[in-house]
Design a protein around this ligand. Structure first.
Ligand code: GRF
Length: 212
């Protein structure tokens, strides 16, 4: 069975979706452990409820970003993961950490990348009057939210939507696409090569796999 380690900083609804997909056999893997940079992340409680080891590291216990990330990588590697999944992990990653997991670390970002890397994506989509918004699953590279996109899910933006409305609509989609992409990875269908994502031997376009 392939092993996934998940990193969270908050609610952990994407972690939950991943755990449920494993349980239901849609994802042929096991969530081996969950890590957080915040001891109060609800995602840690979700993991413990599911009987999965859950650990927090406190940045104040380390000399700097490199030291924190080195300790985190050591702790993650003790679980020998095939895949590392960032699920709302709100901490900038050091270059060394990213390189260590190159080609085996995924992130989900709440926008249709390359639009709106960084924070407040729902607010920006509303402010710009976008007709569509969504989420993107991508491989993690050293460029923030800039790695090759694997799959996007689009949602409509309706008149009168609040940021919360939009976030909720996007999250429903996130919970579908993230476990699906994880399954592609653990089954060997998905790889990162030449700074691109490849699915079933085909190089994916900049917007990822065209689901329609
Ligand atoms: C998601 O919207 C994800 O796109 C972003 O952070 C949020 C995490 O939500 N990276 P949750 O903690 O999985 O509920």
């Amino acid at each position: 069975m392939k092993r996934i380690v998940v990193l969270v900083s908050g609610n952990g609804s994407n972690l939950q979706a991943m755990m449920e997909a494993c349980k239901q056999g849609r994802l042929h893997a096991t969530v081996a452990a969950v890590f957080s940079n915040r001891a109060d992340a609800y995602g840690l409680a979700r993991a413990r409820d599911a009987g999965i080891p859950a650990h927090a590291l406190d940045a104040r216990d380390f000399a700097g970003r490199e030291a924190f990330d080195a300790a985190l990588a050591d702790s993650i590697d003790a679980y020998a993961p095939d895949l590392v999944v960032l699920a709302g992990y709100m901490r900038i990653l050091s270059a060394g950490f990213v390189r260590h997991y190159a080609g085996r670390m995924l992130n989900i970002h709440p926008s249709l990348l390359p639009k709106y890397p960084g924070l407040h994506t729902h607010r920006q989509a509303l402010a710009n009057g976008d007709a569509d918004h969504g989420a993107s699953v991508h491989f993690v590279t050293e460029e923030l939210d800039g790695g090759p996109v694997i799959l996007q899910a689009k949602v409509p933006v309706f008149d009168g939507d609040s940021e919360e409305d939009l976030q909720a609509r996007v999250q429903v989609q996130e919970h579908q696409i993230y476990p699906l992409v994880a399954e592609w990875f653990v089954s060997g269908r998905l790889v990162m090569r030449d700074d691109a994502a490849w699915l079933d031997g085909e190089r994916l376009p900049a917007v990822g796999h065209a689901a329609e």
